[in-house]
Design a protein around this ligand. Structure first.
Ligand code: NDP
Length: 488
């Protein structure tokens, strides 16, 4: 064979002609014996894996995380153990509701999903660019996402469904206020913060636990896009954010974020004025100030989009010792749903794909399954307990930190129905006059598409409980009035 790189079939046979299929005679039909042609067409038909039901459109980058402040008194996580320690990481940014080819510059939360390749296995922090979420119990998630997707009859986006659901789910008020603010359409993926959103548990080497919330603060600053400009860009360059991120990194203009945490003493959770596990709430900074942890820098573009971004399987279930789940009901559902989505999309052995593979040893008794392309554990025993000394053993020091629970098994809501005080603080105390005006305009623009009776009134009532000025401002722009009984 030639020393030059030569074209082959998938089984390695040299290909003689990649331009002309084999035909019976010069003008005759194509022969089934052209196995290269058959393989080429058949593989092409199988190029797509199912797109993610949510967060389908994404952009990814590699980088590193460096610890800049000692937090070892709060967590024994090895990758956070000392100042100066660097850990390779990968991030996938995404929109939530659109399909794989949808436009980047839409009003939608952005996924902010970070995979840290630590020496104790992968730690994934699968957050968003908003510190809160629309709902607080995973049981509502499929219904919620149905309203964000397409109408079952028309296959069109359905503004009635969106506002019907939100108006009947007032816990969404905080998130939709954030979403319709200037932050709802980020200028670029580099100009937005990331939040773990949920509360997590950190445990130190003495077994002492605290509750923690993560904030990745953009070193580029937070900047939004004017909605009219965003609409135009969506039409002219739907991949605007993806392109901006790729080009910035390619040009050596590496984006970075400072990771900060809020730490809540374990016992505070019982009496804190907000349920700390309710993902529709933040912890006000005045109660739990931000503590710096480190810096995340993105300095390498993926070499291959499908291999590294489409096949990236991030999951909130990927913990390392020293970081654990909280009882947040939304998080608890996600612990199952994310890995399950990847099993469906890219198979039972997706953790072994290069982008997902831990950089520390992976030893367990999981065997077989589709696309097992490593040694499948070789001749080693595949069960436990066993009497072999050289098989992987449990490490009791890595058991979860125990916590007490009590009460009845029941389907119950969170204790508090205060869906109003935190969006009120955002509207009244954080936003200035111009931001409030733009928020009101953005809400009115979106709600102007609602035609189904009762939805606008119900939502104005919700807004009124946040702040009368918000409800009245939106009502005026919609040429209506807030329901009369509210003013009494
Ligand atoms: P603070 O005044 O201490 O913090 C307000 C925070 O809001 C800022 O630190 C900033 O957080 C964020 N922010 C600033 N401008 C805007 C904006 N235009 N739109 C959205 N967020 C903005 O008050 P509290 O901590 O008591 O929070 C008050 C309200 O601020 C909350 O109810 C919540 O809606 C919002 N908020 C609070 C956060 C928190 O974790 N406490 C985080 C983000 C928003 P950042 O530096 O993270 O951008």
């Amino acid at each position: 064979m030639s020393d030059k790189k030569y074209l082959t079939t998938a089984s390695g046979a040299p290909v003689g002609d990649n331009q002309n299929s084999i035909t019976a005679g010069h003008r005759g039909p194509t022969l089934i014996q052209d196995v290269h042609l058959l393989e080429k067409l058949a593989h092409f038909n199988r190029e797509r894996v199912p797109e993610r039901v949510v967060h389908a459109k994404g952009a990814g980058a590699h980088g590193y995380f460096e610890v800049t402040n000692d937090v070892s008194k709060y967590t024994k996580a090895a990758f956070l153990s000392e100042v100066g320690k660097k850990t390779p990481m990968f991030i996938r940014f995404s929109t939530v509701a659109g399909e794989l080819g949808s436009a980047d510059t839409v009003r939608d939360p952005r996924g902010f999903a970070v995979k840290f390749y630590t020496e104790e296995g992968n730690y994934d922090l699968v957050g968003n660019n908003t510190p809160i979420f629309f709902i607080r119990d995973a049981i509502k998630f499929p219904d919620f996402i149905h309203t964000q997707k397409r109408n079952p009859q028309t296959n069109l986006k359905d503004t009635n469904a969106v506002w019907d659901f939100w108006s009947l789910s007032p816990e969404s008020l905080h998130q939709i206020t954030y979403l319709h603010s200037d932050r709802g359409i980020p200028a670029t993926l580099r100009h937005m913060n990331g939040y773990g959103s949920h509360t997590f548990k950190w445990v130190n080497k003495d077994g002492e636990a605290v509750w923690v919330k993560y904030h990745f603060i953009s070193d580029q600053g937070v900047q939004g896009l004017d909605p009219e400009v965003a609409d135009k860009i969506a039409g002219t360059n739907p991949d605007y954010h993806t392109e901006d991120l790729f080009n910035a990194i390619a040009e050596g203009n590496y984006p970075s974020w400072t990771l900060k945490v809020q730490i809540m003493p374990f016992e505070d959770a019982k009496t804190y004025r907000y349920d700390p596990f309710d993902v529709t709430k933040v912890w006000p900074h005045a109660d739990y100030p931000l503590i710096e942890v480190g810096r995340m820098v993105l300095d390498r573009n993926p070499e291959n989009y499908f291999a590294e971004v489409e096949q990236a399987a991030l999951s909130p279930a990927h913990f390392v010792p020293g970081i654990e789940a909280s009882p947040d009901k939304m998080l608890q559902g996600r612990l199952f749903a994310y890995s399950d989505a990847h099993r469906y999309r890219i198979g039972a052995n997706h953790e072994a794909l290069p982008i997902n593979q831990a950089k520390s040893p992976v030893n367990n008794n999981q065997r077989d399954g589709q696309m097992r392309f490593d040694g499948n554990g070789g001749s080693a025993p595949n069960y436990e307990p066993n009497s072999f000394t050289d098989t992987p053993k449990e490490t009791p020091e890595n058991k979860i930190s125990p916590f007490e629970v009590s009460g009845f098994a029941d389907s119950v809501s969170y204790d508090s129905d205060d869906h109003y005080s935190q969006p009120r603080a955002l509207f009244r105390d954080v936003m200035n006059d111009e931001e409030r005006e733009r928020l009101i305009q953005n809400f009115a623009d979106h709600m102007s598409g609602v035609t189904r009776e009762g939805i606008i009134e119900r939502q104005l009532e919700n807004f009124y409980k946040v702040d009368p000025e918000l409800a009245e401002g939106i009502a005026a722009k919609l040429n209506t009035e807030v329901p009369a009984h509210l003013k009494k």
